[in-house]
Design a protein around this ligand. Structure first.
Ligand code: ADP
Length: 654
């Protein structure tokens, strides 16, 4: 009896040990026993529960019935999900685990079921799903906002770019023509008025460029070049720009340049100009007595890089301590009277800061009101063994090269007229093509020494045209881009398509002259060897096509070229020497068709035509001997290459 009691107590404690609802049911599905957890979960008393149908306490009784029947038929069931419903309708999610129990004879007399409460787990799961959903939604909203913002920036950028183009085109014409008129004979009053127009125009262009620059910084579109340049030349050319102004204001200019700075370094000279130009221009503007000191020092050096410290120090009006932080912000001036007294827009330093920081540099300012200011910045440059990309500004004008024929590719009439005027003034011959397509036609039919190429044009723009000239026509004629916008990716693109240089509008006459001359000098200096060393000058694909690669025919044609060419070269040189122009014309005439057959660049064919033109005008041209010499070199090189081809054909046959 005692032991029976103990057994029953033992059983109960086992049943109660489960924190999850536990129930036993007989073969009819009636509840026979349960623990406190089940009583709590259902809200009914032990008496009420005992003898009732087990499945009644679930939201899906049918499913509950099937599950317990499965326990009877299979012996057990694991983690079957169901929902318990208490007498007040409160729901508890459970995972249903059960197994049968048997009597001593092994007969099944019921099942024990533990319903594990997973409400909390479910809640967390649900919350997680909801959190994930709302995170996704937030992400979507953020992305949408980002796209909207990006589109807004893009359209702002596009608008600014279009606007600045629209404003700059007429502005450049105004400045350009003012310059042209300024060179004519004028009364002193007229000169004064025109100078005022020009100064205003220059100021407007600076402003438009500043606004565009800032828009680019905002849009993350500011690009930096990495080219080898000579810093000392580049800086002194720029300081030179201020010398007159400094003298006019009776200020002293002090320059310090550390001799330890490597001569050539890699960086972006245009941006460096922009930074220093802004700082010096402020120093000059805000200083009325005393001096302006520009110093450049080597701060740090290792095998690969140098860090350089630039300082612009003035003895001007200074900036008050409470304003010093804000002067680098857009449209901020140190005092409200600054604009009235000194002009300016408060954009310069904002751009300077961006230009320095985007090159991983640092800019600082120290200033004492009434005593002066010192702006200093650090920039890193790479060391290099390369030669500097020549500073075109400092090239001495070589007036020896004359009779240069320029093809101007430009769609806007007013710009065409301006270019014509400038080129006439510089003494160049010129021809105009309204767009790229026309330019290509002209190039096929006549010889030009150099092309000035506008970038934005209808039909075929400057980039497409240059690409066509370089790739399809295989021509190396120098091309200078004429661009209204030197600050964007355009410059990179200019280089990529094969342009040799660029000039910003409004075109500076002196710069245009020096760029044209230096490119032509380059071409003549290097041209002869460029073909000899780098590329093959012949291309036999046309010959192979017409002979259907028949080696006998090809050999015959090549031999004919090798036989006829040396006497023609001789005749060309002789007639040039004797100034026998008709003979020169005839000799060149004989050589022209062979260029096409042997696949020699159309540049040389056009060059030959140019020699003929000069011959007709009886050689009144210093360049004729140069051109004949170039024709000779290319023909000699073609002969050498063709001899090698002949050997290859022979070897292939044997
Ligand atoms: P801006 O010169 O067009 O007004 P900046 O951004 O170049 O715009 O300069 C912002 C302001 O900082 C100026 O308006 C001026 O008040 C102050 N500032 C800049 N450089 C100097 C300087 N060298 N001396 C005194 N004040 C200066």
């Amino acid at each position: 009896m005692n032991s029976n009691l103990t057994k029953s107590q033992y059983d109960r404690s086992l049943i109660e040990a489960s924190m999850d609802p536990l129930v036993t049911i007989n073969t009819d599905g009636k509840i026979t026993d349960m623990n406190e957890a089940l009583i709590n979960a259902t809200g009914f008393s032990r008496n009420k529960l005992t003898g009732t149908d087990f499945f009644e306490y679930f939201t899906e009784p049918q499913k509950a019935r099937e599950v317990y029947k499965t326990v009877f038929s299979k012996g057990s069931v694991a983690n079957s999900p169901l929902t318990l419903c208490d007498k007040n309708g409160k729901l508890t999610d459970v995972l249903f685990n059960g197994s049968v129990y048997k009597n001593e004879k092994g007969e099944i007399i019921g099942v024990v079921i533990v319903a594990r409460d997973v409400t909390e787990q479910k809640r967390i799961e649900k919350e997680l799903i909801e959190a994930k959903e709302s995170a996704e939604k937030a992400k979507e909203i953020a992305e949408e906002a980002k796209n909207k913002a990006e589109n807004a920036v893009k359209s702002k950028q596009q608008f600014l770019s279009n606007m600045s183009h629209e404003i700059r085109t007429p502005m450049n014409a105004i400045i350009g023509f003012t310059k042209v008129v300024l060179k004519t004979e004028l009364t002193s009053k007229q000169k004064e008025y025109l100078t005022a127009i020009k100064i205003s125009g220059d100021a407007l262009i600076v402003l438009i460029n500043d606004i565009l620059d800032l828009a680019k910084v905002d849009a993350g579109k500011m690009t930096f070049e990495k080219i080898p340049f000579k810093m000392v030349n580049s800086l002194s050319a720029m300081i030179h720009l201020f010398e007159t102004k400094i003298q006019e204001k009776n200020l002293t200019l002090i320059k310090e340049y550390d001799a330890n700075i490597p001569e050539v370094m890699v960086g972006d000279p245009v941006r460096l100009h922009q930074i220093i130009l802004n700082l010096i221009s402020n120093a000059v503007k805000f200083t009325n007595v005393g001096s302006i000191k520009i110093s450049v020092h080597l701060e740090k050096e290792d095998e690969k890089e140098v860090i350089i410290k630039f300082e612009v120090e003035d003895t001007g009006i200074g900036i008050s301590a409470n304003k010093i932080k804000s002067i680098f912000e857009n449209f901020q001036q140190a005092s409200s009277g600054t604009s009235r007294l000194y002009g300016g827009t408060g954009l310069g330093l904002a751009i300077v800061k961006q230009l320095v920081e985007q090159q991983e540099g640092k800019i600082e300012v120290k200033s004492d009101i009434g005593k002066g200011s010192t702006f200093s910045f650090l920039l890193t440059f790479q060391k290099t063994e390369d030669k500097a990309v020549e500073e075109l500004d400092s090239i001495e004008l070589d007036t020896k090269i004359k009779n240069i024929k320029v093809l101007v590719v430009e769609d806007i009439q007013i710009n065409q007229l301006l270019m014509k005027t400038l080129l006439d003034d510089l003494g160049f011959e010129r021809d105009i093509a309204e767009n790229g397509r026309i330019a290509i036609e002209k190039l096929k039919n006549s010889y030009y020494d150099i092309i000035l190429m506008d970038l934005q044009m209808p039909e075929m723009n400057g980039f497409e045209t240059t690409e066509y000239i370089r790739k399809k026509m295989d021509s190396q004629i120098p091309i200078i881009a004429i661009t209204a916008d030197v600050t964007t990716v355009d410059l990179k693109k200019c280089k990529e398509v094969g342009m040799n240089d660029y000039i910003a509008k409004p075109v500076d006459e002196r710069l245009l002259n020096s760029k044209i001359l230096s490119l032509l000098k380059d071409k003549e200096g290097k041209g002869k060897n460029a073909y000899e060393s780098k590329n093959k000058c012949i291309n036999l694909s046309y010959l192979m096509e017409i002979t259907k690669s028949n080696s006998t025919l090809m050999t015959e044609m090549i031999n004919a070229y090798l036989e006829q060419t040396p006497p023609i070269i001789h005749a060309m040189k002789e007639s040039l020497h004797n100034q026998d122009w008709p003979s020169l014309h005839a000799a060149v005439h004989k050589i022209i068709p062979s260029f096409f057959i042997m696949g020699i660049s159309t540049d040389f064919e056009n060059m030959a035509k140019r020699v003929q033109e000069y011959a007709i005008s009886r050689g009144q041209n210093e360049r004729i001997s140069d051109l004949v010499h170039q024709l000779e070199s290319i023909c000699v090189q073609a002969c050498t290459e063709l001899k090698t081809e002949l050997d290859l054909i022979k070897n292939a046959k044997s």
